[in-house]
Design a protein around this ligand. Structure first.
Ligand code: AMP
Length: 366
């Protein structure tokens, strides 16, 4: 069985690595010159508007999925007509490609989120600033990731600069949330409607990029996790979803506010490779293939540290027990995710001690 995957980054690489023990093979579609899946699986290198290449990609495939949500929707629609199964469904991809649609979806489904307004012009932005107040975050509706396409407005003088900085494209203005913590809940749903959720993961971002995840989330009280789990379950059902879905939340005051969703395996779920009974990657494959979902249980305390921009000396990580390295084979560049380290321990204290050892050796732990 060959699984087709749009996007050939590290998420694709980890999907393939999870699929080989199940006897699966993979075909990727990725336009970049270099891709983390190279050397690991067949890859078609072409642009997403090359329909002849897309047809070649689809040839003989039973199922296509994606590891990257900014795939042009026309390419996905083209494939959906040519393969028996395309998951997660097109509707979920469309909603999550556009922050305004995504926030409207949460609102319509009764899932609490930061107050927001869609803005299409500088005049609309000024009016939205007057209504929502400052500080506020301006975000492009489309193509934002890892903090790209975002600007923080502190005072009204920032309005024109922020609008220009983001290129004068359709945006959403969102209330700035002085959150206590950030966390995510990753869920998976099979085509038969079966759902499994991983324990909440507490995340630290810097410059909009995920730095560290801890699971189970140490600072997230049960009632916040319960609210988030209900929101993820509801989202999976409302979208008639198949596959892995991640939703990121802010914990602010007494509220868990949904910030955004990703219709794919997610960086904050990398810890599940070593830390959960079944990884998010294997469960995504199980879901899109219509196989029974695997257990999402964990019996460890886990930290996942992203390696961003440059890979530090990893001797200390190699020396620690139950500490796992994942290097994606990417050329180093500022802000680029090059790999991650997962530390797994039987107790929270041991986890803190191992993180302190890594920090002392010059590895960023938060
Ligand atoms: P996003 O791309 O929406 O996930 O934003 C990236 C990161 O920027 C988030 O994980 C937060 O750390 C921060 N951020 C985004 N939106 C807000 C907001 N409305 N208030 C405060 N911080 C935010």
């Amino acid at each position: 069985m060959i699984v087709g995957i749009l996007g050939g980054g590290q998420l694709g690489r980890m999907l393939a690595l999870a699929g080989y023990p199940l006897g699966l093979r993979f075909r990727f579609f990725e336009p970049a010159e270099e891709a983390p899946v190279d050397g690991l699986a067949e890859r078609i290198r072409a642009e997403y508007d090359d329909y002849e290449a897309l047809a070649r990609f689809a040839d003989g495939l039973d199922v296509v999925t994606y590891e990257f949500e900014n795939v042009p929707i026309e390419a996905v629609r083209f494939l959906a007509e040519r393969v028996p199964h395309l998951y997660p469904p097109l509707a979920a991809l469309e909603v999550s490609q556009d922050r305004a649609l995504e926030k409207a979806f949460f609102e319509r489904e009764g899932i609490a989120g930061p107050a927001f307004e869609a803005v299409d012009s500088i005049e609309e932005l000024r009016a939205a600033v007057a209504r929502l107040g400052l500080p506020a975050m301006l975000k492009t509706r489309r193509f934002g990731y890892d903090g790209k396409g975002q600007a923080l407005l502190h005072n009204t003088e920032d309005t024109a600069t922020a609008w220009q900085q983001l290129g004068g494209v359709p945006c959403v203005l969102e209330q700035f949330v002085p959150f206590d913590r950030e966390f995510s809940v990753i869920g998976v749903r099979g085509p038969d409607g079966a759902i499994a959720l991983y324990p909440a993961t507490e995340n630290i971002h810097r410059e909009g990029i995920l730095r560290r995840s801890l699971a189970p989330a140490p600072g997230v009280p049960q009632e916040f996790e319960d609210t988030a789990r209900a929101a993820v379950t509801h989202t999976l059902e409302a979208l008639d979803y198949t596959g892995v879905l991640a939703v990121e939340f802010f914990m602010a005051g007494d509220a868990a506010l949904a910030n955004e969703m990703a219709p794919r395996v997610h960086n904050s779920g990398h810890w599940t490779i070593e830390g959960a009974a079944t990884s998010q990657f294997e469960n995504h494959l199980r879901a899109v293939l219509g196989l029974p979902l695997g257990s999402t249980a964990t019996n460890s305390y886990v930290a996942m540290l992203n390696l961003i921009g440059a890979v530090p000396n990893l001797d200390a990580a190699y020396a620690l027990p139950d500490t796992h390295l994942h290097l994606y084979g990417k050329t180093p560049r500022a802000g680029r995710k090059l790999g991650h380290i997962t530390v797994r321990t039987p107790s929270r204290d041991q986890l803190d001690a191992r993180l302190a050892t890594l920090a002392a050796a010059g590895i960023e732990v938060e």
